[in-house]
Design a protein around this ligand. Sequence first.
Ligand code: DON
Length: 305
Amino acid sequence: MPDYEKIIADLYDEVAAMAPKGTVAAYIPELAAMNPQHFAVTMTTVEGQVFQKGSFEEKYSIQSIAKVLSLSLAYSMLGEAIWTRVGVEPSGTAFNSLLQLEADSGIPRNPFINAGAIVVSDILISNLANPKEEFLAFVNAIAGRTDIRYSAKIAASEKSVGYRNIALCNFLKSFGNIHNEADAVLNFYFDLCSIEMNCTQLSAIFLFLANAGVSPLTGKKIISATQTKRINALMQTCGFYDESGEFAFKVGLPGKSGVGGGIIAIHPQQYSIAVWSPRLNSKGNSYKGMVFLEEFTTRSALSIF
Ligand code: DON
């Protein structure tokens, strides 16, 4: 086994010392107010070892990373029928693009672009009695926690400027691919994106995707092994939007980013690793997070390829 402790400690210091590049997400006022200096990493192995450095106890908005968890719950409830509502192809476009929806008759290319995650939100609203509470309970239960919360402040902040998502939801509804009231779907979507976690929690919660769908922390089966394979495949091909090819090329692991500056990456059968640095590159992905993970898989000489 690579000396993960040393690799993380050395690499953290090297990447922390690099000149800052990129900017915090400016289009959501509450995120724009974030301290851009934070830098944290937590790696958790399926055997339960934890290696971490930096501000790993500091909570941040996980944003689009939460789309993997909403997909997991919706997929576990609907099974393969979910793919009639949302596709499994990389979009090659920005996360908030409206471009392909018209040509694709309102079926989003994949569940991680905003359009796809809005459809998944609609599915959850249709299938849960108390969607907001039950989704949060699902997230907490994955790692046997009770302390993961939404941020009402961030959700309200995003809603106040949510023009593109409001447009996407209404556009999807015009094609019949939103079954509930657009406002209810959008409120759920904004809440989902506002979930806050620190790197320790994020890494722990995502460990089920490294362990065939079973959380090694609780022994609880979250999704099946086949569903795990498919969600990891989607993270690999679509997790970084129009930078997904670049992430696969450089890092070689399935992963998912969020505009709060977090990234989660999974090494099946081995570990999950959460990195957080709020400055984003032009594709909306954490600049230092990408650099860290590229060098991490290079030094540990392990990736899925
Ligand atoms: O809908 C949005 O624009 C945000 N709540 C989430 C976008 C996001 O995190 C994209 N990821 N890099």
